[in-house]
Structure formats: structure tokens, C-alpha cells
Write a protein that binds this ligand. Sequence first.
Ligand code: IFM
Length: 459
Amino acid sequence: MLSRVAAARGERSPIMSTVRFGPDFVWGAATSCYQIEGAATEDGRGPSIWDRFARLPGKVLNGDTGDVACDHYHRYRDDVRLMRELGLDAYRFSIAWPRVLPEGRGRANAAGLDFYDRLVDTLLEAGIAPWACLHHWDLPVALSDRGGWESRDIAGWFADYAHLMAGRLADRARHWFTFNEPNVLAWLGHATGVHAPGIRSRDATLAAVHHINLSHGKAVEAIRDAAPAGTQIGVIASLQPIHPAREDEAHARAAETIDLFWNLAMVDPLLLGHYPDALAAMLGDRVQSGDLETIAAPLDLFGLNHYCRQYAVPDPDNPFGAGLTAPPDDRPVTDVGWRIDGSGLADQVARIVERYPKLPIYITENGAAFPDGPDAAGAVHDPDRIAFLDEYLDAVARARDAGADIRGYFVWSLMDNYEWELGYSKRFGIVYVDYRTQDRIPKSSYRFYQELIDRHRSG
Ligand code: IFM
């Protein structure tokens, strides 16, 4: 049977006609606070490192900031309505640490806590499960000024924050993630410096890697202490197969280095209880007795964010001598230059299954940026995104068929938003956002996803 969207495109959609995910599969969408909330100085929110970084000349395209973003802080009820109409089972959002603890620790901000209470309650009223993530890169400036992720003290600050939030919300939010993409936070924030806090240092990167991992472990303990029994806790990693951009020794070494920091550094210690040997040697006595036991606290689920295969090159300006580059051929890419190739997801899942103890896997982010815009009638057609989702969901289904325990899929993103150093120039949403008026226009990919969910739900 043809889907409405596929029929409109004159095509048969493989996912709609052949793939079954079963009635328990969780259909979700994801966002993050700095990327959508706005209200950056309202109701007692403190500054985050992204508020500061975005104001540094040349760091973010067009000098864009998250001051207003999608104004979700004020429009969350409308956004939840869109989610309900979409048919979501679950919504993954992140909590702005500086909104609830303006100084990062100590005095809590009642208005900030109330906002997340209201969001969680509104989601539940709409029949959508709230999946909370504690940290998606917006560290309070006050803590950055005390050393941020380079300071070992941060593990205690993060655990206190986790305890506060789980105590407040876990009676209703039953799924928790400590970090979104801790690997990206460590690498882009401390090695390449293209993300806040904008550091390029070997020492800072190594310290950040270990202290983020330690913070994760302590936060797991804190959540278990504060939350009702049965609360599901995990971490979200951005994992992508890394290939040498050219077939020679230097490129092979660069690929190994990127793989070490990107794919292994923040997952091996959590799930295997040890660092890869090469990294353990670099970390030296930063790793203290008992740390690895803390870091490897048992988890209930694993969040995989996946977008594309990545290509490594030697980079003399990088503190570890390696960097990423564009794909070395002219096969199709998205608007951020990422190769469209669902086989990358299948390979990544196969590696997880092979390397780590069995945990339920959720695809916690997957999606694509394309240069969408309304047509004369005000509609936004994004057939490229539909084709992308189709291909990647097909890969998810195949991985499940091959035995991977993938239990859900969260599209990135519910709506267009602030794409970090690229500002508002890239659109990842299935809902179009007009940043002048804050109007939301569901794109044709929203209809595609809606129909897909409906079809799987109704069997
Ligand atoms: O927008 C980001 C998100 O914050 C983390 N994962 C990748 C997305 C696209 O770059």
C-alpha cells in the first residue's frame, strides 16, 4: 500500500510498506534546551557558557545566539500540541542547568524548576512520556569559571544537580540520561575549540574526558538515590564509523585517534569499566582509585545518536594531530555536508552489539539538515528529509532483524533550532520555524513521520 507522502512523490516508500517495528517500539523526537528555549535572561536563569561563547566575535555564524531561539520557554504548550498531533510516545528534552541552578550549585531557582514541572505535566497530559537529559552542553558560566570540566570538583557539582532534578521530576519522568554526547562536549569543546568553552588543549581535553565520565557515574548514583525504583537511566553517545580520508599510514593513524576520542573514550569506561589502553596511558594519574567503578555504574539503556560516517585527516593544529574532513567523494550529503548513507548506522549498531554488554538501545537522535523554506502557498516540502528518514529507518529495522535490541527512535529534531556554531543557518526540524514570527509550519516530513507512527501503532 502506498503512503500519502510516497504517493505524492510518485514513489513506493519501502519503510511504509514493508517494515514493522512492533507495538512496543518507542516513537520519539528530541530537542535540547539551549537550542530551543530562548528566555535566556528570564525568571532568574543564569548565564551558560554558550551565552558567553556565542558573543565572542567569529565563533558562531552571523553572531547568532540562543537568546530567543524557538521561544519554547513561552510556547511549550503549542509545541506539545504539535507533538501530540504527531503521535509521539516520548519526547527527549534537556534541562538547562543554569535555569535551575543559576550559579551551577547552591541556591535553586524556583521559577526554573517550575518550568520543567509544567513541561513534564503538559507532556503527560498529552499522553507523551518525558525523557529527560541532564546536560546538553550549556554549563553554567559560574562553574566554567571554577575550572569547568577540567576540574575534578565538577563531578560533585553535577551529582548534586542530578539529585535535585531527579528528586523533582522522576516521579513523573521515568527515563533519564546523564549527558548528551559527552564525547562531542569533550572533543569540540576542549580539543578543536569550535564549541564552548572554546579550548584547544591536550591537557584540557584529557581532563574533560575523565571528569565528564566521573560526573556521569556520580550522577547515576544520585539519580538512583533520588528517583523511585524502576527509573531507567542511561547515557547518550554520538557514535559514527570513522574512516581514513585517504589510504595511507598517516590517515590511518588519524582515524584511530578520532575513533579513540569520539567513539571509545566516553563509552568503554562506562560499559566495560576501563579505558582503551592508549587512552589510559595518556590519562595517567588523572584516573584515581575507585573512579572506574564509579564510572561503570550499571545502566538500564543506551542512547545512540547517529548521523553519518566520518572521515579523518592528520591535522597538525589539533592537540592530538587529527581532525575530520568532508567525505572524499561526491556522493549525496546533507546541508551540513554529512554523507547520506544508512549503512553507517547499521555498522555502528553492529559494533555496539559486538563490543558491549547487552543493553536496550534507543536511537536518541537521527535526522538531517536541508535548506527548507515555505513555498508560495506557505507549505514546506522536504522530500530529501523524507528519503533520509526512510533510508535510516530501514537501516534500524534491518539491524533489529539482525538481532540488535533497538527499542525506539527519536528524530532530530522536532523543530528547526539553533545549530551551535552554525547558528540558525541549518534546519534539522520536521517542523519549520519562522524565526521572525515564531510561526511553526509542519513540514511534509512531519506528515510522513505522523503516518509512520500511526501505521505502526494501529498494526
Ligand atoms: O544539533 C545537534 C545536537 O545538539 C547534538 N547532536 C547533533 C545535532 C546536529 O548537529
